[in-house]
Design a protein around this ligand. Structure first.
Ligand SMILES: Nc1ncnc2[nH]cnc12
Ligand SMILES: [Zn+2]
Length: 339
């Protein structure tokens, strides 16, 4: 199929994004604008030099730059602008449902209050619901390079906002920070009614995916690339319908895989895993949802049936109500039938 035809098809698919860090959607143009109004001097002299710095050999090299970029976010309006820019961008790509992560500790650690962060984000999500017809869920992630005690403090700070936070995630430096480190705080988070997910098996081994399932009791795995090295784990994911939220352009940018045509998503679909694809940190990895679908489909020569399956899987794995899911899945099927 011609590239332009594939891109047109992808554009038209109603899509759900389930793995997106709001801080990772911070485009250099907006970073400069916010830095200027907050009187912060960035260590870059132009947007081009920021973009030139976005070359990573591993997850940690990316995280160092990602946390530095987030430092310019100080006020509620900054968090609103960040979130709104992401939502308008994905609206233009026909994304109709999002489940987004935010990292409160990246901000509270440097003195920005929890309510400033969440109120700005929430106002933008509500506006997108009204103005853009995008439905949403909000996921608060604990930073795994920090202590479990710090995660407990974050859990406590979140409680006044329990009604607007749907779930808990676990992100940041994976190696050496296994899911088991957060056993108690995940248990306490579940008691508060939060749904649970965790990054596992991005750089870390399949064992971390087992820990996320058995110890943290997550309902979905973020990344999970490494599961194919373990047949019993694949069986568990399939039998228990545990979805993986994969991020192909992120995986190439962070050298989790060397080339897109080595991406495991096609094999995962073949094995019956509920594999889904998303953008992770699009401002840093150069691709929002459409680009992730396009690059994956092209490199792996995915059939229209496989592309349709990816889109359906994302709604299936989402936290929408059953009725909403059925409606969206029908929309996807009708769309593919009309092509
Ligand atoms: N890909 C990723 N892995 C772990 N933590 C993250 N935080 C933002 N993006 C991340
Ligand atoms: Zn992620």
């Amino acid at each position: 199929m011609e590239s332009s035809q594939l891109k047109t098809i992808i554009q038209g698919i109603p899509k759900a994004e389930l793995h997106l860090h709001l801080e990772g959607s911070f485009e250099p143009e907006l970073m400069f604008e916010i830095a200027k109004r907050n009187n912060i001097v960035l260590p870059y002299d132009s947007i081009e030099s920021v973009k030139a710095a976005y070359k990573f050999n591993n997850l940690q090299e990316f995280l160092d730059i990602y946390y530095a970029g987030a430092q310019v976010l100080l006020y509620e309006q900054d968090f609103f602008d960040l979130t709104w820019a992401y939502l308008t961008k994905v609206h233009s790509e026909n994304v109709v449902h999002v489940e987004v992560f935010f990292d409160p500790q990246t901000h509270t650690e440097r003195g920005v209050a929890f309510d400033i962060v969440i109120n700005g984000i929430h106002r933008a999500l509500e506006k997108a619901k009204t103005d853009l017809n995008i439905s949403y869920k909000l996921i608060m992630s604990y930073l795994r390079h920090l202590s479990e005690e710090a995660a407990f403090e974050t859990l406590k700070a979140s409680l006044p906002f329990k009604d607007i936070i749907d779930g808990i995630g676990l992100d940041s430096s994976e190696m050496g920070n296994p899911p088991s480190k957060f056993k108690e705080v995940f248990k306490a988070s579940a008691k508060q009614g939060y749904k649970l997910v965790a990054h596992a098996g991005e750089e870390g081994p399949a064992d971390y995916i087992w820990e996320a399932l058995d110890i943290l009791k997550v309902v979905r795995i973020d990344h999970g690339n490494r599961c194919l090295t373990d047949g019993a784990l694949v069986k568990r994911l399939v039998d228990e319908k545990i979805a993986l939220t994969l991020c192909p352009t992120s995986n190439v940018a962070l050298k989790v895989i060397q080339k897109m045509n080595e991406h495991p998503v096609a094999k995962m679909l073949e094995k019956g895993i509920i594999a889904t694809i998303h953008s992770d940190d699009p401002a840093y990895f150069g691709g929002y949802m459409n680009e992730n679908y396009y690059q994956t489909a092209k490199a792996l020569n995915l059939s229209l049936g496989q592309i349709q399956q990816l889109a359906i899987n994302a709604f299936e794995a989402s936290w929408m109500s059953t009725a909403e899911k059925e409606n969206r899945i029908k929309e996807v099927k009708d769309y593919f039938n009309s092509i």
